[in-house]
Write a protein that binds this ligand. Sequence first.
Ligand SMILES: [Zn+2]
Length: 256
Amino acid sequence: MVPSVGNEPSNLILEMLPADCRASLCARMETILLPTETVLYRPGESPEYAHFMTSGLTSIAVLMVDGRGPEVGMIGREGVVEGYHLLGPARVPSTGVVRIKGTALRIRFAELQKELDSNQPLRRYILESVQIRGLVGSQVAACNRLHGVEERLARRLLTIEDRIGQPEFYLTHESLSDMIGAQRTTVSLIAEGFQSRGLIEYSRGHIRILNRKGLESVVCECYAIIQKLMLNFGQGAELRGPIPLGVRTNRKASFG
Ligand SMILES: [Zn+2]
């Protein structure tokens, strides 16, 4: 199956591949549904499959011995969930768990590893996506240390809308507080504040962004840095030759 570059769910890495390369890879993939809380990989384990997200959002969480599990990254249609596993032999200590239900194209992990040895376009886009993930993670680490919960919540909501391409999604209080590294009660208070100012609608985990501009006036500088990294994904054409036709025009749909 070849993912569409039109309105159908698709994965940006796969979209950017030359058509023959994409067809060959996708012929060995299968589409799967990813309900919320599906665990895609566990700490220290070699994954059986690699997942190219086509909709929804997977959260990368670090589980502590006391059971807390703050999110340290998230992957949507721009990435492959097991990207860090592809870089080398180190055991990956995090967990990949679906935060917003969606779909993915999956391939056996060992097969993808083999493919990377011979498929240069795939290799460069996966490396780039993992590089961006690392850079976003650094920005978020600094943000969590220096910026307030209100700014971080605005950043997270805007980033989620960018990643999934729609302003409405479902997230529990617990998920939201894990995502921004704050107490549930604090997150609830700030979410209520956003709601009373007409920025969002928030009811029993259903979140709808009503006023994007309003959230952008609250958010810290980190959002623009993260957004730019995401928008520039695959744009280094001067270094690596032309990007296949259709990718640039679809970019807005991919990242809102
Ligand atoms: Zn920040």
